[in-house]
Design a protein around this ligand. Sequence first.
Ligand code: HEC
Length: 209
Amino acid sequence: MIKIIGTIIVLVLIGVAGGAATVYGGVYNVAATAQHWPVTYQVLDMARIRSIKAHAEGIVAPDDLSKEARVVGGTSHFSEHCSICHSAPGVEAEDMAEGMYPKPPMLTDVSKRYTPAQLFWILQHGIKMSGMPSWADHGDEALWDMVAFLEKLPDLSPADYAKLVVAAKAAGGHHMHRGMNMGGMDMSGMKMSPDAPAGTAAPPSSQQH
Ligand code: HEC
């Protein structure tokens, strides 16, 4: 019995020493260029998906996600904040996204993998250790607009997307489409993008900030 306990203690000590050497000795390579082992990747992937599903339970989606105004509002945010990393129909992600690990995925089919509530949770909280930010500062309504856009995304051609970007600008542009009160000033009457009035054929761009 004492022998068994002794062996267990020795094994635990070896494990702790190995862990300490890996962490303090800098053995683990944090380089974005050093890919995970396939098994590590699969475990992280599963952990992410299970975590999102578990944490999104209880979130109830509004029933007007297919409303045009929501899709247009979501386009405004997507073209400003998301396409730089995730790309969009007819718009490539920026070089920065190429160098990221994990690389931001294209979101064309993301609404088939997650429910609207799960997408909302992802946008609200972001994803730890990945570069996917939380967008909670935008407020729930803007996040639901982005979910409405993601639901529409599988059907959008580059031309459809370009039209939506123009419509989003015509509706007041980024952060303005709901007459949001920013920094104590009511800017609902102001146009953010006087260079792109309604009907102007502007190409979709991911560099509008
Ligand atoms: C700085 C780059 C970056 C920006 C900007 C960004 N994301 Fe992400 N996003 C990521 C990365 C990286 C992942 C992958 C996370 C992972 O696999 O762990 C991700 C994952 C996601 C996912 C989950 C995909 C999946 O299959 O699990 C969704 C949905 C998403 N992003 C939506 C958005 C939206 C909408 C915006 C804009 C409001 C946005 N992202 C802005 C980098 C970014």
